[in-house]
Design a protein around this ligand. Structure first.
Ligand SMILES: *Cc1c(COP(=O)(O)O)cnc(C)c1O
Length: 381
């Protein structure tokens, strides 16, 4: 089976992890801050907080922005459940924004309409979480303008998108947002096995996220309420978690980061190859209309939705590890039983009836890609 995504681990990665195993620190050593500094430098953002997953990074991002049971959070309906679960962890109400079917990203028209309606009923969101679907940035300058007009904060869920670009810089520079979150799960662009990171340019948000990441505890005397400090002293100031990344994960991330530009280039050239080869088949591919995509996913949408299941099964039978990103979050049983009403999302429903993610990863061989193209052609023509 050709998987839809796969990590690339080389000997250098393995050597780095082994070296950390022989070192003094398996956790809370020098590698985590080194990895944070390296990602900060790579995306050009001031502060970075490594975590044990993007899910925990999203959670501490919401907490740092003060999301509570009085608040509303909105995100894209076409995303992984973690994009909205983070708001539910904080007790907030959630609602979902429909997509632009060309890109799979949230629709600006849908977002603005929802905001105008919410303003009338005094139910504006505290935070909006745009998801950079498949690695392509949302139109952040426009979302940023809306945030000024309607007064919400922005967390970019860039789990798919480290290495991608806005028009004017790297995704994660937080030029148009408060916080950006990356995932380092093995199917994503670079991996630390499990792992994530929250980026911000705001020192007060960085400080709060650091607290929430590690039990709510600080050892920084400048932040403490007590003035006479014995040498053993530390303070728990808020109810935090243990969301820390280990040294093993951080050194793997550092090693992977040296190859990120190569990965993005390989993903883009393989995507281009699909674009050319699939042109005459009865399907649409996602368009990249904004910035440079990191191409975490390559998604096709069948013209004939009635053949969706048949085509999906035929590809799996041909040993092509296709997948579907995503089931609209509102269709999940957990979300359906919540006492919340969600905005309708006809474009995401239509997308869900047609979408299939086909294999795309840097080390996919040309032969494997040709096999995918051949299988699709045989099934669809
Ligand atoms: C993978 C993913 C997450 C969660 O990432 P983890 O590191 O596995 O916690 C969140 N949001 C999106 C859009 C994702 O694809």
């Amino acid at each position: 089976m050709i998987p839809y995504g796969r990590q690339d681990i080389n000997q250098a990665d393995i050597d780095e992890v082994l070296a950390v195993l022989h070192s003094d620190f398996l956790t809370q050593g020098p590698k985590v801050p080194e990895f944070e500094a390296a990602v900060s430098h790579y995306v050009n953002c001031q502060f970075a907080l490594a975590t044990n997953s993007a899910t925990s990074a999203l959670h501490i991002a919401c907490l740092a922005l003060g999301v509570s049971c009085e608040d509303r959070v909105w995100t894209s309906v076409n995303s992984f459940v973690a994009s909205s679960n983070c708001a539910l962890y904080c007790g907030a109400q959630i609602d979902f924004i429909d997509i632009d079917p060309r890109t799979g990203n949230l629709s600006l028209v849908a977002l603005e309409t929802m905001l105008i309606n919410a303003q009338k009923t005094n139910t504006l969101p505290k935070v909006v979480i745009p998801v950079h679907f498949a690695g392509q940035s949302c139109d952040m300058p426009t979302i940023h303008e809306l945030s000024k007009r309607f007064g919400f904060a922005i967390i970019e869920d860039a789990s798919h998108a480290i290495g991608g670009e806005y028009h004017q810089g790297k995704i994660g520079n937080c030029q148009y947002s408060d916080i950006t979150v990356f995932s380092f799960h093995p199917v994503k662009i670079i991996t630390t096995a499990e792992g994530g990171m929250a980026m911000t340019n705001k020192p007060e948000l960085a400080e709060k996220m650091a607290l929430f990441r590690s039990h709510g505890i600080t050892k920084n005397p400048d932040l403490m309420s007590s003035t006479t400090l014995p040498p053993w002293y530390y303070e728990q100031q808020v109810l935090g978690y243990n969301y820390r990344m280990t040294e093993l994960q951080a050194c793997l991330g550092l090693s992977q980061l040296t190859r990120i530009d190569e990965y993005i280039q390989q993903r883009n050239s393989k995507a281009q190859c699909y674009n050319d080869a699939l042109k005459n088949l009865p399907l649409k591919v996602l368009e990249v209309i904004y910035g440079k995509s990191a191409y975490h996913l390559y998604v096709i949408q069948l013209n004939d939705a009635t053949r969706h299941l048949t085509v999906f099964n035929a590809l799996r039978a041909a040993q092509i590890g296709v997948n579907l990103h995503y089931i609209p979050i509102t269709k999940q049983p957990y979300y359906q039983q919540l006492d919340m009403t969600f905005t309708a999302h006809p474009h995401a429903d239509d997308y869900y009836a047609r979408a299939i993610s086909i294999p795309l990863f840097p080390t996919m061989s040309d032969k494997d890609q040709q096999d995918v193209i051949q299988a699709l052609t045989d099934i669809l023509l």
